[in-house]
Ligand binder design. Structure first.
Ligand SMILES: C[S@@+](CC[C@H](N)C(=O)[O-])C[C@H]1O[C@@H](n2cnc3c(N)ncnc32)[C@H](O)[C@@H]1O
Length: 353
């Protein structure tokens, strides 16, 4: 199932946290607040933090290091904190462990009693022991569907497909995935534990957003067909298995009692995240840099999913390079703000009576 494989791909340019950094600071504040309030185990039992869909760890580090600092203020210096970074088996765990060792913001550098571990399994099953996780974090991950119901066909983003049958199949899959994700986390969290989720939202009017970006991508892909870099069959098969969710979608598994697996929603907000590249453009008027930043982000985060449709791997690097250049040029020609609907959810597990 394609999802962000570009992180481990040599054809990828410099990594760009770009969009992933959007909304991060308010989610980190929610995570720090959770670290302030969750019940803690008594030593020698470690405090356990899980990062679900950790990727290469870079953005998650900011949240986790912050939480470790907050927890340390509540417990003795020798009380161990065990952080477990989870992702699919094909994730670039080598880069993750290097980041943990080398990044100056890493909790391994700021806290002598913090330890790291990893789990290479999809979070659409139980992947950690029951009642073992005190704090959970998941950023920019659960928008990727577990399974692609069918090719979208008429657009790379299902949200903009004209086919209502396709749209509803994807919506059912997204509802199923969220339900499963919540149910399994409900088992893994300790009583009183908290889970903070940052993911793609849908605006109040149901809008998925990202219009200028998707338009530039679509036009650049058509140009690649015209130039013979990819075939029209390959373009037809290209789609991004990502779904934004509305506030009601997040709440659905908790109806009607407000609880699922002893979990309930403590905080739920869908907001419009800042387009940092556009704000920078507003200040420096550097259209080329604006286009290049968004294009580098696309390369980093979504080209890998599109490249799954290529019949052979030999054209992968050309495909990445040409698509990045095409997207950058189009966005630079007409800089526009991108709407980024973002959802923040905090789930809490009922404490022991
Ligand atoms: C865009 S990256 C985000 C990485 C990191 N959380 C961040 O904020 O930068 C999405 C990550 O979610 C992971 N992911 C997607 N589906 C997953 C699943 N079913 N189980 C575990 N990880 C998953 C991908 O492999 C990828 O590393």
């Amino acid at each position: 199932m394609p999802r962000d494989e570009t992180e481990a791909d040599p054809s990828v340019g410099p990594t760009s946290p770009g969009l992933q950094a959007a909304g991060l600071s308010s989610a980190i504040a929610l995570f720090a607040e959770a670290a302030r309030t969750v019940p803690l185990p008594s030593p020698p039992q470690p405090i356990v933090i899980a990062d679900y869909g950790a990727g290469t760890g870079h953005n998650g580090l900011l949240a986790i290091t912050k939480a470790v600092g907050v927890l340390r203020g509540r417990t003795r210096p020798e009380h161990s904190v065990l952080v477990t970074h989870t992702d699919t088996p094909d994730n670039d765990f080598t880069t993750l462990f290097r980041t943990l060792a080398e990044d100056r913001a890493s909790y391994l550098r700021t806290d002598a009693a913090a330890f790291s571990s990893a789990v290479g399994r999809s979070y659409y099953s139980q992947i950690l022991p029951s009642n073992s996780v005190n704090l959970g974090w998941s950023a920019w991950s659960i928008q990727w569907l577990d399974r692609v119901p069918m090719p979208v066909g008429d657009h790379i983003a299902v949200a903009y497909s004209a086919d209502a049958h396709v749209r509803s199949a994807y919506a059912r899959q997204a509802a199923h995935d969220w339900h499963e994700f919540v149910a399994f986390r409900g088992r893994e969290l300790c009583p009183g534990g908290r889970l903070v989720v940052l993911t793609m939202g849908l605006a109040d009017d149901g809008d998925f957003g990202y219009r200028p970006l998707l338009l530039a991508l679509t036009e650049a892909l058509r140009e690649l067909v015209a130039d013979g870099v990819i075939s029209s069959d390959e373009l037809h098969r290209m789609s991004l298995p990502v779904m934004g969710r509305a506030a009601a979608d997040f709440a659905a598994p908790f109806a009607p009692s407000g609880r699922l697996e002893r979990l309930s929603i403590e905080h739920l907000e869908v907001l419009d995240a800042e387009d940092r590249f556009f704000n920078q453009y507003r200040t420096d008027h550097d259209a080329k840099a604006f286009g290049a930043q968004w294009a580098a982000f696309c390369r980093f985060s979504i080209f890998g999913a599109l490249a799954q449709a290529l019949d052979d791997a030999a054209r992968r690097t050309t495909f990445f390079d040409r698509l990045e250049a095409g997207v950058a040029a189009r966005l630079a020609a007409a800089p526009e703000q991108t709407q980024i609907p973002l959802a923040e959810v905090v789930l809490a597990k009922r404490p022991k009576n």
